[in-house]
Design a protein around this ligand. Sequence first.
Ligand SMILES: Cc1ncc(C[n+]2csc(CCOP(=O)(O)OP(=O)(O)O)c2C)c(N)n1
Length: 199
Amino acid sequence: MSTALPNTKIMNRHDLTCRLVAKLAHEEAVIGGIGNTNFDLWAAGPRPQNFYMLGSMGLACPIALGVALAQPQRRVFALEGDGSLLMQLGCLTTIASLAPSNLTIIVMDNGIYQITGSQPTPAMRADIVGIAAGCGIASSHWAADEADFERLVDAALDTQGPMLIAAKIDDKPGVGATRRDPAQIRERFMQGLGVRIPI
Ligand SMILES: Cc1ncc(C[n+]2csc(CCOP(=O)(O)OP(=O)(O)O)c2C)c(N)n1
């Protein structure tokens, strides 16, 4: 557990997202949070097992938790910004309590609400990994650099129990722009999870 603000490399959300997606070989579900996390997930390439949250902050982890509980055989990743996670912190205690073995949270921590004008978030001072560990997610880690991020994702793909990986990232906007069609996003995702037959 980290108890101090990390001295880690500043990485890039799109680069890390591509590194994650490149490792997914078993139809793992990935839930992108509002804005940049799902923009970069979109830009990393279409996958029917991707869900792109539109509109509300803080819902990547709760949605991912639901998927992880509904489909315990499938690995599930939540991609969330620091501002969005801090808006919905209670989800960490819920995830720690329910302890799904197949859920990993990845927090892209730029310390700002980048997409609405780069106002500072409380993560400028707060330690997301320390918070997650304090909520009961014992396997919570800062990624020191890109290689460490990949090592942590490998561990997540092979671990039992919820895990949180946090990365300090730069202030760049997302690379893509998700098509804003909620019905299509939902439909494609449900087909990707095998719970809806294509019409
Ligand atoms: C509940 C709610 N409050 C405020 C907003 C406006 N809003 C949309 S994205 C965003 C900032 C998100 O910040 P963060 O999760 O840190 O991601 P970043 O933009 O830095 O990638 C804000 C304030 C919203 N969409 N929903």
